[in-house]
Design a protein. Structure first.
Length: 288
C-alpha cells in the first residue's frame, strides 16, 4: 500500500495509507481436483522461434511450410510453457537487439485525430508521499456534476494507521459527507499540480469523497485523467463533401387517353310470376 501525505481543512497533515478497492468476486474457480485456480505468466515463444527467424533458417516460406509439416521447428519443448517471475520491460530495435538509450515522445491529438503537438515525454517526480503534503483545496464539486464531467479510471481507499490518524481521517470524511460533494485534491505547494504516484507514471486529478455511518468512515480518492467536454464543430475541410446530384432532364409523359363512359346497363326484366290456373272441379254424377 502506498503512503499518502494529506492535509485537512485546518491545515494539519499526516501520513496515511492508500489501498486499492477490490470487490470480492462471489464466483470462485477451481481446478480438476477441487483446488483453487490461479493465474501465471508462462513463456509462449522466443525471438529465435518467431516467423522471420524460422524463414531465414529454412531459406524460403515454402521450405518453412514443408518443415512445419514434417516436424515442429517452431516449438522449444524445454523452455516453452515455463512460469515467469520478476519481469522487466525492454526495448529492441528492428533487428531485435536490446536498446539501452531511448527517447520517448508524447503525441497530443485533437478531438478529430489531428496531431496538435509532439513533445519529449516528461517524467514527473512522485508527489503523493513527498515532504510537501497534498493540499486541501476546498474546491467542492457536487457528486452528480463530477460524475458527468470526468471519467474516473480508478479509486483508492484512504485508511488510518493508528488512533490519531483515525480521528484525522474521520473528521475529513464527516466534513465531505455533510457537504454531499467531492473535493479536488492537488499536489505541490500551490495545490494545483496533478497527483503522481510513481516517477514517470500517469498524472491524475484527485477527487476526495467521504462518507460516515455512526463511528465508521469511508474516505475514497477518485482518480481521473480525462474530462468530458462537448466536441467542437468539425472543420469545413474535414467534412465529407457530398457529390452533387446529377440533373436528369425530365421526359414528358404521354397524355393518357380519356376513358370512354360505359353505357348504363339495362335493367333486367323481372319475370312476372304467373298464378297457376286452378283445376276445374268435375261435376258430380246424379243418382237416379
Amino acid at each position: 500500500m502506498p503512503n499518502i501525505n494529506l492535509t485537512d481543512s485546518r491545515k494539519r497533515d499526516a501520513v496515511v495509507k492508500a489501498e486499492s478497492v477490490r470487490i470480492t468476486d462471489p464466483v470462485r474457480y477451481v481446478g480438476p481436483k477441487g483446488g483453487r485456480a490461479y493465474t501465471r505468466r508462462v513463456l509462449k515463444a522466443t525471438v529465435d522461434h518467431d516467423y522471420d527467424t524460422l524463414v531465414e533458417k529454412a531459406g524460403s516460406p515454402e521450405k518453412l511450410g514443408q518443415a512445419l509439416v514434417s516436424g515442429d521447428p517452431e516449438i522449444d519443448i524445454e523452455r516453452f510453457g515455463t512460469s515467469l517471475w520478476n519481469l522487466s520491460r525492454v526495448y529492441t530495435d528492428p533487428d531485435d537487439a536490446l536498446v539501452f538509450r531511448i527517447e520517448q515522445f508524447e503525441v497530443v491529438r485533437g478531438p478529430f485525430g489531428r496531431v496538435k503537438d509532439r513533445r519529449p515525454r516528461e517524467r514527473d517526480e512522485a508527489n503523493v508521499d513527498a515532504d510537501v503534503p497534498l493540499k486541501w483545496t476546498g474546491t467542492m464539486l457536487p457528486k452528480a456534476d463530477a460524475y458527468r464531467k470526468f471519467v474516473f479510471s480508478s479509486k483508492l481507499q484512504i485508511v488510518h494507521v493508528n488512533g490519531l490518524t483515525f480521528d484525522f481521517l474521520y473528521g475529513m470524511a464527516e466534513e465531505l459527507h455533510k457537504a454531499k460533494s467531492v473535493m479536488l485534491l492537488g499536489g505541490g505547494r500551490s495545490g494545483k499540480q496533478p497527483l503522481v504516484f510513481r516517477r514517470g507514471s500517469t498524472p491524475y486529478r484527485g477527487f476526495l469523497e467521504g462518507r460516515i455511518s455512526g463511528d465508521q468512515y469511508v474516505l475514497l480518492l477518485h482518480l481521473s485523467n480525462m474530462e468530458l467536454k462537448p466536441p467542437p464543430e468539425m472543420p469545413d475541410e474535414m467534412k465529407a463533401k457530398k457529390p452533387a446530384p446529377k440533373k436528369v432532364a425530365a421526359k414528358a409523359k404521354p397524355a393518357k387517353a380519356k376513358a370512354k363512359a360505359k353505357p348504363a346497363a339495362k335493367p333486367k326484366a323481372k319475370a312476372a310470376l304467373k298464378a297457376k290456373p286452378k283445376a276445374k272441379a268435375k261435376p258430380k254424377a246424379e243418382k237416379k
